[in-house]
Design a protein around this ligand. Structure first.
Ligand code: NAD
Length: 299
């Protein structure tokens, strides 16, 4: 398939590489020239705008940070809507507001195009291994057309109509954000009370406190490694999307609101581009301890 891929960051880069491995022909676009040079070496065509990228493609994938980036790339000047041929399928795999997804989908339909949402979970490791969890909002016909793409990138669940993939994703991010805050509280508490955090991790990993965050992020925290991964700024953005949706639907989300404040504090500490697990540094500052330095066993 001739695929246009726009947004080659932490996630988009390994995803686009997997599509090249699956023998699709790629035209790529990003605002960072270095990553484009890397893809040129891999045999991809480099588009000079989203419109140009779309004009060379049967299907366009976007993997961008947030709603405004998606709106600009799709409907802005030299955007995908300007260049795409009638009938082109656009798959937005970014995590954005479901309301913006619905608005973009409506605009696409008015231009004779099709747009579906397919945000992902599984992180950079999942993207690299082709093992992403993909949450799809699409009509059954559009889902059928997109299946070869999803199969090259991971496994998918058809959540429902356009926008429902984003709804599932924001619920996922409420759980992940709150889990990281719970972990930060538990580990600062345990360490301040004198327990070795490595031992605490063994205990909490083997019982009812088990989770993805416990399994994947805590070892990184204990190693003092806060490189993303998934940035604090993106986690904060996802939680704000959930809070906005809660407001619109009259659903109170008090614990999510507290988590939003913890990630806001991390941003205020200059940790916005660090991994979301660095929210623990907010608690470390308050309590005056450093969890990674409290490990007594060999690392
Ligand atoms: P990132 O910031 O690493 O990558 C975004 C890319 O988009 C960058 O390369 C940037 O240069 C490019 N970009 C920004 N504006 C652009 C524009 N106008 N035109 C072209 N390119 C543009 O972010 P990421 O971690 O890859 O995340 C992408 C999306 O996936 C986000 O919505 C995020 O919430 C979601 N997500 C990330 C992870 C993760 O672990 N990193 C996991 C699941 C979902």
């Amino acid at each position: 398939m001739k695929i246009g891929f726009i947004g080659l960051g932490n996630m988009g880069k390994p995803m686009a590489k997997n599509l090249i491995k699956a023998e699709h022909e790629l035209t790529v676009f990003d605002v960072v020239p270095e990553v484009l040079a890397e893809f040129k070496k891999l045999g991809a065509v480099v588009g000079n705008s989203p419109a140009d990228t779309a004009s060379r493609s049967d299907l366009v994938i976007t993997m961008l940070p947030n709603s405004p980036h998606v709106e600009e790339v799709l409907s802005g000047a030299k955007g995908v809507f300007e260049g795409a041929r009638k009938g082109t399928l656009i798959i937005d795999m970014s995590s954005i507001s479901p309301l913006v997804t619905k608005k973009m989908s409506q605009m696409a339909v008015e231009k004779g195009l099709r747009l579906i949402d397919a945000p992902v979970t599984g992180g950079v490791a999942g993207a690299e291994k082709g093992q992403l969890g993909i949450m799809v909002g699409a009509s059954p016909k559009d889902l059928e057309a997109a299946k070869p793409i999803f199969e090259a990138l991971g496994r998918f669940v058809h959540v429902g109509d356009v926008g429902t993939g984003q709804t599932a994703k924001m619920c996922n991010q409420v759980v992940v954000g709150l889990s990281l805050c719970a972990i930060a509280e538990a580990f600062t508490l345990g360490v301040k009370a004198g327990i070795d955090p490595t031992v605490l991790h063994q205990v909490l990993s083997s019982g009812s406190a088990r989770s993805w965050a416990m399994e994947v992020r805590v070892p990184q925290v204990l190693a003092g490694n806060f490189e993303p991964g998934f940035m604090v700024n993106l986690q904060h953005k996802d939680i704000c999307i959930a809070l906005d949706s809660g407001k619109g639907l009259n659903v109170p989300l008090p614990f999510t609101a507290l988590a939003q404040q913890a990630f806001e504090a991390a941003r205020a500490m200059g940790l916005g581009t660090k991994d979301h697990s660095s929210v623990i540094q907010v608690y470390e500052r308050i309590t005056g301890i450093k969890v990674s330095e409290a490990t007594k066993s060999e690392k």
